[in-house]
Design a binder for this molecule. Structure first.
Ligand code: AMP
Length: 427
């Protein structure tokens, strides 16, 4: 194995304890909030039949066209590592009948996603998302609900509201969008000489994607393109107006962005994105929208749905840019030092009892001197050190040292857990 093979693959990152703790903190925060909104957890496989993504996300999207990790398994099936969560959740809901007879279901998920993209700050090949999906619900109150839930999540992890922008738009539906798509395609053809090759190609495959082009020349041309707002059917217009009014009613501030189209084919009507300050080009920390046709694309009954996904890496960058620290629990509130190797067994019994009593406790397992054990206790942030020496133990006692006041007292072995528990509690 060459040394390059013992590194994590390009575009992936190990979550070392500090970041892993942040992941657990944000997933716990998400779980607390989303369950209060009535969402239940779901875990789907990390890989699916490739067709689940091709049908749902669309052949002409960057994800399906260029970014999927697809391989043939030993049984000759085409398998893809999931590039996003929605397609899998909708596939699972259909397979298990979670929305039969018009019942709705609200689900949340978290886990790694895989896209073969060019890695840069905030853009990884394996990245972590948290998302929600609300299935079977057509009314605009649910659009407002998922947006409110997303904003509450970002507020709860500490990103200040004035460092975020909430953009919303409506993409219309199968009645008004096809004609609009055609208009945008014609506009692209008419302006082909001022657009990049990719945008010109998009006229034939996925014209609305031209609104997403990062090329400043294309953005300036596309700012003159026809707007769906002017072509929207009455139902879509009423739905969009209702969503905005609901957000207004609960005081959620948003900006309407007519160029927000989001890349995936399955979106209909409401789409939204949250951008954060201080992240550079990859500033979208979360986004989502409605996908009322997706279940049918899998052969199910027409079932409305919508949801969002937020990216953990970018959320963490936004938290850091705002100076937010993730709370760090003490590694050990109590450290049990063994004075001599012969009493290691007694020290182990004490540390075990403390842990059983709910106290974060630790001891040395590397043969350190007493002095080095005290250093370790300091490093772990222990407030008390229990000194287990042969004399004390012979008398059925241990010495407890309060690290802040440097005072020591003897405590009966049998009382140590209770005594330390109450001393830690009193502070
Ligand atoms: P999407 O599924 O593309 O709507 O993405 C939802 C969220 O996932 C985005 O707002 C980002 O925060 C995050 N995200 C998407 N792609 C990546 C990536 N390649 N690396 C890191 N985060 C990503």
């Amino acid at each position: 194995m060459s040394s390059s093979n013992v590194r994590a693959p390009k575009g992936t990152a190990d979550m070392l304890p500090e970041v892993a703790r942040a992941w657990e903190h944000v997933t716990r925060t998400a779980e607390a909030i989303f369950s209060r909104y009535g969402y239940q957890p779901i875990y789907t496989p990390i890989f699916e039949h490739t067709d689940v993504f091709v049908r749902g996300i669309g052949e002409a999207t960057d994800i399906v066209g260029k970014e999927m990790y697809t391989f043939e398994d030993k049984g000759g099936r085409s398998i893809t590592l999931r590039p996003e969560g929605t397609a899998s959740v909708v596939r699972a809901a259909l397979e298990h009948g979670l929305t039969v007879n018009g019942q709705g279901c609200k689900l949340y998920y978290s886990g790694p996603m895989f896209r073969y993209e060019r890695p840069q700050a905030g853009r990884m090949r394996q990245f972590w998302q948290i998302g929600v999906e609300a299935l079977g619900m057509a009314e605009p109150t649910i659009d407002a609900e998922v947006i409110v839930a997303l904003m509450e999540f970002f507020a709860a992890v500490g990103i200040p509201r004035d460092r975020m922008r909430l953009l919303i738009n409506s993409m219309g539906d199968e009645r008004c969008r096809p004609a609009y798509r055609e208009k945008v395609a014609s506009f692209i053809r008419e302006n082909a000489s001022d657009l990049c090759e990719e945008c010109v190609r998009r006229a034939e495959t996925n014209p609305l994607r031209a609104f997403d082009c990062k090329n400043p020349g294309c953005a300036s041309v596309m700012s003159r393109a026809p707007l769906l707002r002017d072509e929207m059917c009455d139902d879509c217009a009423a739905h969009y107006a209702a969503v905005k009014s609901l957000l207004d009613d609960v005081g959620v501030i948003y900006e309407e962005d007519t160029s927000l189209v989001r890349g995936l084919d399955y979106y209909t009507r409401t789409v939204f994105e949250v951008q954060a300050e201080g992240l550079g080009a990859q500033n979208a920390i979360g986004g989502g929208g409605r996908y009322d046709r997706l279940m049918e694309m899998y052969g199910g009954q027409p079932t409305p749905g919508l949801g969002f996904a937020l990216g953990f890496e970018r959320t963490l960058l936004a938290m850091r840019a705002a100076g937010i620290d993730v709370p760090v629990p003490p590694s050990a509130e109590v450290f049990v030092a063994r004075v001599a190797p012969e009493v290691a067994g007694d020290a182990f019994a004490v540390v075990t009892r403390l842990r059983e009593a709910g106290i974060a406790a630790d001891m040395d397992h590397q043969g350190r001197s007493l002095k080095a054990q005290f250093k370790l206790a300091d490093r772990l942030g222990a407030r008390f050190v229990v000194i287990a020496g042969p004399d004390e133990l012979a008398a059925g006692q241990v010495t407890v040292r309060d690290m802040a006041s440097a005072t020591e007292s003897r405590v009966a072995l049998a009382d140590a857990a209770r005594e330390l528990g109450s001393r830690l509690h009193d502070r």
